[in-house]
Design a protein around this ligand. Structure first.
Ligand code: KIV
Ligand code: ZN
Length: 518
């Protein structure tokens, strides 16, 4: 059993997290998140899967060059072309890591890889050896270890360690295992690996049965010293283990686990908001640690207790995770300096002067329509002004006719390369009519999978925020827009989605290999 009580936090928000349906991020967004993860104090950032697309390669190499502090890691299948490309992408980091993997469960061997156990062992050895010839820090994962016989995991891990792997990850890829089995598996494997004390064992859990966090904690109780997780638990299918829940468990129950991390817990809330805003994945209100209700006390008896002595009903404080309440911070008379300072406080400290100016112009325009500007408004402003994909189509004019008896009709004018394109549509309502007009103008049959409308803040003058999930040409994206007029917000969100799809295709972000698996 390990005597080291330091747990390395390996954040995979930018790789496994990005694999959440519709969560594709652009380079600028990934870089902003990379800097926030460094401030949060994660030990390793898995920045992407370089072979999967040109966009992923660029994101990993830019983060490797610009984000200082954490190890920067890229993912590679156990294949020569993946490993070479991955090593190339991380080479500009002061601390580069290649993370290579191959599946080990019987079902994956038979049905997916069509490889024998012996052949997989050879592949593990050769790929880790190749990776080690390119970088000093190599992590190896046995994909679907949660459904692999333990003795075979031992054989695979021994092959990887012999070839030079320094970190061994035993992932529960499909979220199948139980806390008891997963913990025992770590104890079993670690006790059978030569020189195990020189290796860092890592856990990586998916949340298909809602057990990702507890399975990770169980692995840590049984000798794992690296935990792979994502902010807000985003990730494939039901997601990955949530970073904030694991960290706050270890922090709040240090008496029980006896383990610590290097995470600055006061950066948790900020990180959560940033990721939610950028990916468009909302955080459920009752989510542990970062949900809007996580520190709200509704029952009178609880409120009374908290007012008398906070610890009667609170095991951690909102301040511990950096939650400072909904702040009314700025207004009409606030200047550029105060505006920029507040953006930095929200985690946007990498914006160029040009970006800040664009955001400031929007802020001033909003101040004419809305008296009090809250942090949530500022997040929306930055997303609209700075992180939108390059605009191939720009909304120039929107005219709507609708009512209880009228047939909803929309006239839309879009600008493309200085040319104005106009068309009209009818639909079930004004939003549907406008979307149809946009489809006719752009020639893109962009299917709407999801639509939601929320008020950004409270109050009669609150902005409406529309979030859409749209699919076209095999690419699915989320996009958002805000406006004090909800039909305008809807049209802009839909157009942003179309522009995002065009930009992704342009940047070569079309996935040319499956995002995981061989
Ligand atoms: O879930 C998984 O097995 C993975 C591996 C690539 C580590 O994400
Ligand atoms: Zn995974």
């Amino acid at each position: 059993m390990s005597t080291n009580n330091n747990v390395l936090v390996f954040d995979t928000t930018l790789r496994d997290g990005e694999q959440s349906p519709g969560c594709t991020m652009n380079l600028k967004e990934k870089l902003e998140i990379g800097h926030q993860l460094a401030r949060l104090g994660v030990d390793i950032i898995e920045a992407g899967f370089p072979i999967s697309s040109i966009g992923d390669f660029e994101a990993v190499s830019t983060i490797a060059a610009e984000v200082k502090g954490p190890i920067i890691c890229g993912l590679a299948r156990a294949m020569e072309k993946d490993i070479v490309r991955c090593a190339e992408a991380v080479k500009n980091s002061a601390r580069p890591r290649v993370h290579t993997f191959i599946a080990t469960s019987q079902i994956h061997l038979e049905k997916k890889l069509r490889m024998s156990k012996e052949r997989v062992l050879e592949t593990v050895h050769d790929s880790v050896k190749l990776a080690r010839s390119l970088v000093d820090d190599v992590e190896f994962s046995c994909e679907d270890a949660g459904r692999t016989e333990w003795d075979y995991i031992v054989d695979v891990v021994n092959a990887a360690v012999e070839a030079g792997a320094t970190t061994i990850n035993i992932p529960d890829t499909v979220g199948y295992t139980t806390p008891w089995q997963y913990g025992e598996c770590f104890a079993y494997v670690i006790s059978r690996i030569k020189n195990a004390e020189k290796i860092v064992f890592s856990c990586h859990c998916h949340n298909d049965l809602g057990l990702a966090v507890i399975n990770s904690l169980s692995a840590l109780r049984n000798g794992a010293r690296q935990v792979e997780c994502t902010i807000n638990g985003i990730g494939e299918r039901a997601g990955n283990a949530s970073l904030e829940e694991i960290v706050m468990n270890l922090h709040t129950r240090k008496d029980f686990y006896g383990l610590e991390t290097g995470i600055n817990t006061r950066e948790i809330y900020r990180s959560s908001r940033l990721i939610s805003k950028i990916t468009g994945m909302k955080v459920q209100r009752n989510k542990a640690i970062v949900g809007a209700n996580a520190f709200a006390h509704e029952a009178g008896i609880h409120q009374d207790g908290v007012l008398k002595e906070r610890t009667t009903y609170e095991i951690m404080t909102p301040e511990d995770v950096g939650w400072t309440g909904e702040n009314m911070v700025l207004g009409k008379h606030s200047g550029r300096h105060a505006f920029k300072t507040r953006l930095t406080h929200l985690g946007y400290d990498q914006l160029s002067d040009d970006d800040v100016n664009k955001a400031f112009d929007r802020f001033k325009a909003l101040c004419d329509k809305k008296k009090d500007i809250f942090d949530e408004d500022l997040h929306a402003i930055v997303q609209d002004a700075v992180f939108q994909a390059p605009e191939t189509f720009v909304l120039d004019y929107l005219g709507i006719s609708s009512g209880t008896t009228a047939v909803p009709t929309a006239t839309v004018c879009l600008k493309k390369n200085g040319e104005i394109l106009t068309d009209a549509g009818v639909g079930d309502g004004p939003v549907d009519a406008a979307f149809k007009a946009i489809q006719r103008i752009t020639g893109m049959h962009a299917i709407l999978h999801d639509y939601s409308l929320d008020a950004v803040t409270g109050g009669m003058d609150a902005q409406g925020q529309v979030m859409v999930t749209v699919e076209c040409e095999g690419v699915r994206v989320k996009a958002r827009a805000t406006s004090t007029d909800v039909v305008v917000a809807s049209v802009k969100a839909y157009l942003n989605a179309i522009n995002k799809i065009l930009a992704l295709n342009e940047a070569g972000n079309k996935i040319n290999v499956p995002k995981s698996g061989m």
